[in-house]
Every structure is written in structure tokens, then in C-alpha cells.
Design a binder for this molecule. Structure first.
Ligand code: UD1
Length: 342
């Protein structure tokens, strides 16, 4: 019988792509999402892609009674992939208490439920933000974490610590944190993708919305960094590649292949691209004339980061496969689908 996986935040950007990959691998998925930053129509898209509609429950995991009731209703859950969290860096600076409450209480409720209902395994979405600006590049898993620049970033670091301590202290509980670099792109079907509410904070959604005519021009935040063209460098990982890393991590836990009760991995491509390189690549692959100008640096941004992925490659047997070009093309195909552009 196929195993049932709880995906929290499963209608969100990375969550929905992971649900697709889990279902493609034969898993049974139940999604919990409060729909605070996603829409119910994502379920239709997932069904269209995979031929199977995941079970769905709408509530916020900070509600302990509802969380308990959920696990009573679904006694067969084998493992959890936990995405559900607030993720806007700027907003977290304005509303720190809301961010700490939402992101940490939901995690703790889930961990308590795992203990009570004997669910052994969790995969958690962490971020390379825990490294801050590293002294040495690329970043390995041995690179020390730095104090977070924002409450959002801090919730990722604290969540990692909570999982580490709880897994260590609790027989039969194992957790894997995946530290994502910059996830971009969309499913090749163009039926799911990233759909930010309001003005996008992140680079690629801003680019595609500008290309679609929703924004006047892209503002490039700073060209005076210590990089070859002066713009900041990131490791952009295709969201489908990233989703597949979750399936690998789930299988590692279900098959008891983990080396410790808490593990973490860098999930990136190993390649750094500058903002300017990315913009030029987008224009080249889509043929769209994207308007852009350079403005000052954005507060809190780091200069450059990219992953050393050898640990994830060797230990998980996972590797990013898609090129930056096809990933940018997929982001544009998704934007065109959303805006009805032909
Ligand atoms: C941001 C968060 C990071 C979080 C991730 C989640 C900050 C400081 N970091 O990563 O903690 O995990 O989102 O999605 O917010 N850029 C422009 N113009 C734009 C938008 C972005 O030039 O309109 C540049 C940025 O300065 C940066 C690069 O594009 O150099 C990528 O930015 P973004 O997509 O926002 O991701 P990060 O800031 O790397």
C-alpha cells in the first residue's frame, strides 16, 4: 500500500511542486494549508498534472486543537513535509511576533503530534539565509551559521535548533532540514508556479511580472558589489529539482538511511549567477524586451552566496538537473499562463 505523507503548506509554491513529485512517486498526499498565501485552485492543477487529487484540510497549524483533530482523522500518516510558514523578509521585520508565533508554534505542534501519534519522520524547509554572508564560498554544511538578519531568517535557524534538540531527545523521531538556495521557475506543464500576492519581493516573479506588463521596470538593487559585474550573486535552483530533493529526503527517512536523528543539506545547483546575468539570460531565452534600471542596494541583502552541493549529491544521491535557461523559460511560461498571454 502506498504511504501517506502530510504536506503542510502544500498549496504554496514549493509545496505544490513537492506534492506533484510525491504523487508521481506513488505516495498518497494529504495537504494542510490555511490558504493565507495560496488558492484552493492549486488542487485542480495538481490533479490535472498527476491524475490524482490530494486530500486537503484547511486550518492553521498553530491551532493545537485543530492539529490534534487532524491527526485523529488521519491515523495513517507515515511522514511529514513541513512547508507551512510565513516567508516575507521585510514583513517579518514589521511583524516579528506574528512571524515567531506562526512559524515556531506550528512546528512545535507538529513535533508534539509526531511524538503522540508515533509519526517518525519530518522534512523541513530551511533556507541558506541561516549562513548570512559567508566568509568562504561555496557554502558547505560545515560553514557556520550566522546570526539572522531578520525575524524570518531567525525562525529558520530556531526551527532547525528545535528539531535537532527534539529529534536527539526523542527515540524514534528523525528530521531532515533542507537549506534551499533561491528557488525559481515553475512546473513544465505551466499549471503550477509561484504566484505572489501584491508586488513581488523576489527577483524572478518581479521579472516575469514586468515582462507581462504588470510592472513598469525591474529595479536592480545595487551594482557596486564586489562581484564581476557589480550585481549580487545567488544560486538559483529549479523548483522541480528542489521538489525532488524532498522525495529523496522522505525516502531516506522512511528507509532509515539517515546517519543521525537530525540532518541538514544544502539544496542548490552549485553555480552562482549575478542579477545582471539572470536578467540577460531571461531576455535571451524569452525574447522579451525587459525594462530595467539600477538603483541602490536593498537593506539586508548579502553580496554573494552559492552552494557546495557535494554533500547532498553524494549522501542523498540528488543533483539539480535543469539549466538556468530552461528554468527561466518555465517561469515565463507560467506567468503567461496566469495572465493569459499567448
Ligand atoms: C530572499 C530572502 C531570503 C529568503 C528568500 C525566500 C532577503 C534579504 N532574503 O532571498 O532570506 O529565504 O528570499 O524567497 O530578502 N533583486 C533585485 N530586484 C528586485 C528583487 C531582487 O535586484 O526587484 C535582487 C536582490 O537584491 C538579490 C537577488 O535579486 O540580489 C535575489 O533576490 P530575491 O529573489 O529577493 O532573493 P534573496 O534576497 O536572495
Amino acid at each position: 500500500m502506498s504511504k501517506q505523507i502530510l504536506v503542510t503548506g502544500g498549496t504554496g509554491y514549493i509545496g505544490s511542486h513537492t506534492v506533484v513529485e510525491l504523487q508521481n512517486e506513488g505516495f498518497n498526499v494529504v495537504i494542510v494549508d490555511d490558504l493565507s498565501n495560496s488558492g484552493i485552485e492549486v488542487l485542480d492543477a495538481i490533479e490535472k498534472i498527476t491524475g490524482k487529487r490530494p486530500a486537503f484540510e484547511k486550518f492553521n497549524l498553530t491551532d493545537q486543537d485543530k492539529t490534534n483533530a487532524f491527526f485523529e482523522k488521519y491515523p495513517g500518516i507515515a511522514a511529514i513535509v513541513h512547508f507551512a510558514a510565513f516567508k516575507a523578509v521585510g514583513e517579518s521585520v514589521e511583524k516579528p511576533l506574528e512571524y515567531y508565533h506562526n512559524n515556531l508554534v506550528s512546528l512545535m505542534n507538529l513535533l508534539r503530534s509526531m511524538r503522540e501519534h508515533k509519526i517518525p519522520d519530518m522534512v523541513f524547509s530551511s533556507s541558506c539565509t541561516v549562513y548570512g554572508q559567508p566568509e568562504k564560498l561555496p557554502v558547505t554544511e560545515d560553514t557556520p551559521r550566522k546570526p539572522a538578519e531578520s525575524p524570518y531568517g531567525n525562525t529558520k535557524a530556531v526551527s532547525e535548533d528545535i528539531m535537532r534538540d527534539f529529534a536527539r531527545a526523542t527515540e524514534g523521531i528523525n528530521c531532515i532540514a533542507l537549506r534551499y538556495f533561491n528557488p525559481i521557475g515553475a512546473h513544465p506543464s505551466a499549471l503550477i508556479g509561484e504566484l505572489p500576492v501584491g508586488v513581488p519581493n523576489n527577483l524572478v516573479p518581479f521579472i516575469t511580472q514586468t515582462a507581462a506588463g504588470l510592472r513598469d521596470e525591474l529595479k536592480i538593487f545595487g551594482d557596486d558589489y564586489n562581484t564581476p559585474d557589480g550585481t549580487a550573486i545567488r544560486d538559483y535552483i529549479n523548483v522541480v529539482d528542489l521538489a525532488k530533493a524532498h522525495v529523496v529526503a522522505i525516502n531516506r527517512l522512511l528507509n532509515n538511511k539517515q546517519k543521525a536523528s537530525y540532518e541538514f543539506f544544502n539544496i542548490g545547483t552549485g553555480e552562482g549567477y549575478s542579477v545582471m546575468q539572470l536578467v540577460k539570460a531571461f531576455i535571451k531565452v524569452t525574447g522579451v524586451n525587459l525594462k530595467y534600471s539600477v538603483v541602490g542596494r536593498r537593506a539586508g541583502d548579502i553580496e554573494k552566496i552559492w552552494a557546495d552541493t557535494s554533500y547532498a549529491n553524494n549522501e542523498l544521491g540528488w543533483k539539480a538537473e535543469k539549466t538556468l535557461e530552461e528554468t527561466l523559460k518555465s517561469a515565463w511560461e507560467w506567468e503567461k499562463h496566469v495572465r493569459n498571454i499567448r
